[in-house]
Design a binder for this molecule. Sequence first.
Ligand code: ADP
Ligand code: MG
Length: 679
Amino acid sequence: MKQLSDSVATLSGVGPKRVETLKTLRIETINDLLTHYPFRYDDIQEKKLEEISDQEKVVLKGIAISDAVVNYYGFKKSRLVFRMMVDQAVITVTFFNQPFLKNKIHSSEEVAIFGKWDAKRKSLTGLKIMATQQQEEEFAPIYSVNKHIKQQTLVQLIKQGFEGYGELVEENLPDYLLEKYKLMPKKQAVKAMHFPESIEENRLARRRLAFEEFFLFQLKMIQLKEEETAKEHGNPILYNVEELKKFIKTLPFELTNAQKRVANEICADMRSPYHMHRLLQGDVGSGKTMVAALALFAAYSASYQGALMVPTEILAEQHMESLSELFENTPVKVALLTGSTKTKVRRQILAELVSGEIDILVGTHALIQEEVQFSNLGVVITDEQHRFGVNQRKILREKGNHPDVLFMTATPIPRTLAITAYGEMDVSIIDELPAGRKPIETRWALPKQLDSILETMRGLLNQGQQAYVICPLIEESEMLDVKNATEIYEHLSAFFAPTYNVDLLHGKMKADEKDTIMQRFKENETQVLVSTTVIEVGVNVPNATMMVIIDADRFGLAQLHQLRGRVGRGEKASYCVLIANPKSEQGKERMKIMTETTDGFVLSQKDLEMRGPGDFFGAKQSGLPEFKVGDMVADFIMLETAREEAINLWKRPEWIHDKNFEALAKSIDSATYQLNHLD
Ligand code: ADP
Ligand code: MG
């Protein structure tokens, strides 16, 4: 019997070699093939060059007026350039790392290029060469393919797939939802993604399938969350309320309302017999560490140990310091364990952890090594959790007696992403800063103004204050970062000599070297710290009141916001200067937004809109589900609706009587999402 799960090898024209090729496109079954939707439709609107906005993706059609020239640089890197006449204008087209396209460009021949338009330089960064004959069709599907398979071949296979299997596509949404939202039936929708009768039909197909994707995703998240929280062996941490209250009274300040609220949420989780699986979000300086301390103290009061894990040694030491201070007048014993803890001390710490003498362990990933055993671990808190690898977090969670887990992050996560990336977690948000914080005044300047900015800096140094200078990231090479930072460091040293001391901090340094430098800066032995982004998270030197960020346009908004959060931590007014000369309109826009708001949530939402979800957390660890049709930013309202409907459905046991129930259940089961924190 034919099934959608049949291998594509059953199609004619698909032998072992083609099976391999299709696999690289993640097409293995007929179902994969039918749902390998076009990534766009060639809906050519004849736009005039002046009408195309900067960075817009367009198809430009014209005549090549030069052959393509390929230049190689770096490792496996190349740039292919040719000129082309569009209307009456000559533009430059550049393709990166696709030297093999050279044979497709011939002077005087017609070409059509899909790419990104740079309005100022009148140039197109090519993404794809389009077949010119397809231009005649008004609405042609364009698939992502590779050099082993052609568009036309794929289209033929999909057609064949529909002929043989199209009837087997099953409706998997409950009837009441199809009616309520006027959703297109699945069979029609899948087909209309490939071979729409009209643009409108295609639009409705997309709408239906996007809804389905979001809906299934949410159901899966709910299921996972139930599994996660309902696991056996959760510890009810029966903390001592009186002791906790007494401890709060000893703090040098009143907790903000937001801190009280989230502390209550966390405490309630700890008290319950289920696993805590919670994300704590709060802007830089909102007082998360304080909340973490409360949770750790609560665990201590119930005779449980706690662990606080952070991504860098600098941070670990800082947390160690502030916790030791907070717990100074209590019997709580805090210890620090990092990669550079000396063997002898380390041995003692390990022994005291097992014996239960140490109540709280602060550290880097050294915390999760096998030899580190606790006597009674109740709660684990990780700071800036998205910087930890999947396995590291998993190991931590499995340590001890299935501890409660709290993830803290200072990256404000827009709601869209919170729903998708953390769908299965509970979320607490600190949306309020302690009173009396002065906003950081931010300005945007051009590189040639650097020395005059340094004069301003000198003025602040003269008043006894300190400053950071942040160097840009260059590509992915840490060595280049270092070289670049070194040059900037030398310039500044010379500039401020002999009155003020300048130091350099970068990621290639040994941990103890970094520590020495941080220590010198904290003690105001150095007044200016030149640093790469290793400084980014959590570092706290309230006397530093100015930050200059060089080539600021190379950073994402969320990251700039993080960096900027290193100043404005004391009572004095603070300044941030972004040095950048962005070429694109979008780059300028980004700099402008930074000068206009210090609200992390506003910035992160903008960042998301401008760079897309994939780049938000940094490309390597986005941890976001890959939707085929839905766009979590553009289709945000639909995402919210699907989420509500998923929650409703889950609450209604009678849904299993829907005639499409079985198909839906099957879809949920087979849904897989690569989420970095789910393992
Ligand atoms: P985060 O970890 O969220 O960046 P921290 O916990 O490091 O923030 O807090 C930043 C600073 O604010 C610290 O110096 C801390 O002592 C102080 N702080 C925390 N909570 C309060 C509060 N409720 N009122 C005043 N200051 C606070
Ligand atoms: Mg912090």
